[in-house]
Design a protein around this ligand. Structure first.
Ligand code: NAD
Length: 322
């Protein structure tokens, strides 16, 4: 099955040689993290994503205690297309039973992930939410272990993920340039929080590819609002709810506005959005193609930015103190 949408922009990912669709498929919802999703819906969602030009799929053993990897693997296999037509990332070090960034655990982890995904290799293996481990262990033990997995052909590129932006500078300042290929930041490049932008010159100087996840701030910027477990403060939740109501009142769609905001900076290769229905895929791909043709709805964006101004760049604690 070939992609029907050559219009969905592809962007290079750092020095990897990979070209990622500007909308990336976040598969955490396939692990039921935002509510139950039937396998049938999950398979149809992935199929529609690929059909509409999305070529990048991200998961983790942590999402739904391995369910996301299993369902994504099944859905990708069902596409029946050559392996090089899609790009897959998964993660290591974070599991439903806790964190473990040891060389032994991450080495075992990739074999488990490949079995669940029904793949021979993944394109990117990320160390997942490293602020919950020892960053020095990540530098000295985890990344060298991942280098060996690269040499063994089980992974093509190495990434690190997490919420506090300081983790990226900490690690990248301490590893040989080129040993980390990609960083994945989340909840720092959307209308309510754009702190990632300040780090871009540094990240580019290190030659890493940049992935930004959670353009809808993990549900804050949707009409339905965030899930129970969302860590934002009541103040931030209230401001986002007010923004969503304002958009609805004006007949506009906040997720679309938020997606389009996130496409603006092309140094960010892909915007990873979590999707659990064919409709969400269609809406988010349409947001990208409309943005490419017409640009951003500047007037509406200014109104929403004004509502969110009091909470701009407000984040929440994550991880252990180093
Ligand atoms: P998100 O901001 O993408 O929001 C997802 C929520 O928005 C889900 O409830 C989804 O159903 C809903 N949604 C999607 N499109 C919509 C639309 N058009 N209209 C209304 N609602 C819509 O948050 P996320 O899923 O947490 O982040 C995206 C992906 O990025 C994850 O699935 C995961 O793959 C990755 N991620 C990684 C990390 C990490 O490595 N630490 C952290 C966060 C996210």
């Amino acid at each position: 099955m070939a992609s029907l949408n050559p219009c969905l922009e592809l962007r290079p990912l750092g020095n990897t040689g990979l070209k990622l669709s500007c909308v990336g498929f976040g598969a955490s919802p396939l692990g039921n993290t935002f509510g139950p999703v039937s396998e049938q819906d999950a398979l149809a969602t992935v199929r529609e994503a690929f059909r509409l030009g999305i070529n990048f799929f991200d998961t983790s053993p942590y999402y739904g205690a391995t369910l996301s990897e299993k369902v994504l693997g099944k859905a990708l296999k069902a596409l029946g297309v050559p392996r090089n037509e899609y790009i897959v990332s998964t993660k290591c070090g974070r599991y439903s039973e806790g964190f473990d960034f040891s060389a032994e655990r991450v080495t075992r982890s990739i074999d488990e992930s490949l079995a669940r995904l029904q793949l021979d290799y993944v394109d990117i293996l990320h160390c997942h939410d490293i602020e919950f481990g020892s960053l020095d262990q990540v530098v000295k033990e985890t990344i060298p272990a991942l280098q060996k997995l690269k040499e063994a052909g089980k992974i093509r590129f190495i990434g690190i993920t997490g919420l506090p932006l300081e983790i990226f500078t900490y690690v990248l300042d301490r590893v040989p340039q080129g040993s980390v290929d990609v960083i994945l930041s989340y909840c720092h490049y959307s209308i309510n929080d754009s702190a990632l932008l300040d780090l871009l010159p540094y990240l580019k100087s290190k030659g890493v590819g940049i992935i930004s996840a959670s353009p809808l701030a993990m549900g804050l910027l949707t009409e339905n609002g965030p899930p129970e477990w969302h860590p934002a403060s009541p103040e931030l939740k209230a401001a986002c709810k007010a923004a969503a109501s304002h958009c609805k009142q004006k007949g506009k769609n906040l997720p679309k506005l938020a997606m389009q905001y996130s496409f603006t900076n092309k140094d960010i290769s892909t915007i990873l959005v979590g999707m659990n229905s064919v409709r969400q895929v269609q809406e988010n791909v349409a947001a990208a193609t409309e943005f490419a043709t017409f640009g951003q709805d500047g007037e509406m964006l200014a109104e929403v930015e004004a509502i969110l101004f009091p909470v701009k760049n407000q984040t929440w604690p994550s991880g252990i103190q180093q």
